[in-house]
Design a protein around this ligand. Structure first.
Ligand SMILES: [Zn+2]
Length: 346
């Protein structure tokens, strides 16, 4: 029987295996790197949907080609790897961070994620990896989760962007502006016709809450006095309830984490911006323990689901993909501390 690690090594060269199925290798597009190459920049994983992943972006085309080859060659026949303790990992299975195995069949059936079971959940032939479809997408998502978890230490090292650095890197000096200025500067992120919600968490759901949903020009006059929260999305005119059904027009993805410190979350912002090329509009200090990064929302549901799988594994709050979720508005005070912009695009 073939050993998937030999097949992988046949494509990327020698691999410094970190687990039974994943290790560091030389990037297939190393000669195209525009920044110095480190030992841990490129990783190959043969479980799940087999993937070569490099932290550089200039090598993307070469890496994509190598990935096609890797998946084609690994998909040509089924394989098994015997893990310590005698357990067996088969082609398409995923080795989770805690050492447990999630089988391809479990992933396809979506059992662990509460997907409804498919009518005919028979196993797919390995060649189906290259295909489209819901089951294939589940395998991609599960692989993304596991890969993101594996890449986490490298992410926080390579994209390190601590609080003080964010402050001094801001294209516009915003952190020291007064509360009214903070608020009005933030309002400029919105297209002029947008209807924006500002209030406290419960200022929603009843007709009298209409007053919290207003055009940007109104808010410009009123100032930061109607509450501590807003949403990353604009609403239909006349709305009085913050709900996804009432969202219309501009949408920002507000990236936040309950677990990452102010000196850590910047790595996620930097990764999204520099590696995945999501435009960053602003970073807000919530006056508490966290920072919020305001990004363009993913353009499609497919990209949103993939981003969610990765960001959640990095430690971000999955609720951030609920665009009607309240987030802190700059210019308001939280227990004596100003919620403020600390980074703003020019
Ligand atoms: Zn590379």
């Amino acid at each position: 029987m073939t050993d998937p690690r030999q097949i992988a090594a046949g494509i990327v060269g020698a691999v410094d295996w970190q687990t039974e199925v994943s290790g560091f290798c030389r990037c297939p597009g190393e000669s195209l790197h525009t920044h110095p190459t480190g030992k841990k920049d490129c990783r190959v994983s043969v479980d799940g949907a087999p993937t070569i992943y490099c932290f550089h972006s200039s090598c993307a085309a070469a890496v994509a080609n190598a990935n096609l080859r890797l998946r084609r060659e690994l998909g040509a026949s089924s394989w098994e790897v015997v893990l310590p303790g005698g357990r067996v990992l088969r082609s398409g299975d995923v080795l989770l961070g805690d050492g447990t195995v999630k089988t391809r069949r479990e992933i396809e059936m979506g059992a662990a994620h509460g997907f409804s079971a498919l009518p005919h959940p028979g196993p797919l032939p390995p060649t189906a990896w290259a295909g489209e479809g819901e089951r294939n997408e589940r395998l991609v998502l599960e692989t993304l989760r596991v890969l993101a978890d594996r890449f986490k230490p490298e992410l926080f090292e390579k994209f390190h962007w601590p609080f003080a650095q964010i402050l001094s890197d801001s294209p516009l000096l915003v952190a020291e502006r007064d509360p009214d200025e903070q608020f009005r500067t933030w309002l400029k992120l919105w297209p002029a016709h947008s209807h924006v919600w500002i209030g406290d968490v419960y200022s929603s759901g009843k007709p009298e809450h209409k007053t919290h949903f207003r055009p940007v020009a109104d808010w410009y006059q009123i100032g930061p006095v109607m509450g501590n929260y807003t949403c990353g999305a604009a609403f239909k005119p006349g709305s009085y309830q913050r709900s996804n059904a009432n969202i219309e027009g501009q949408r920002f993805l507000v990236v936040e984490s309950d677990t990452l410190a102010k000196d850590q979350i910047g790595a996620v912002f930097a990764y999204l911006r520099r590696r995945l090329h999501y435009p960053l509009h602003a970073i807000i200090d919530t006056g508490g323990k966290s920072l919020h990064g305001w990004f363009d929302a993913p353009p499609t549901k497919l990209m949103e689901n993939r981003l969610k799988a990765g960001l959640t594994a990095f430690g971000c709050d999955p609720k951030l993909f609920t665009y009607s979720q309240p987030v802190r508005v700059p210019g308001a005070f939280r227990e004596g501390k100003l919620q403020r912009l600390i980074w703003l695009k020019s």
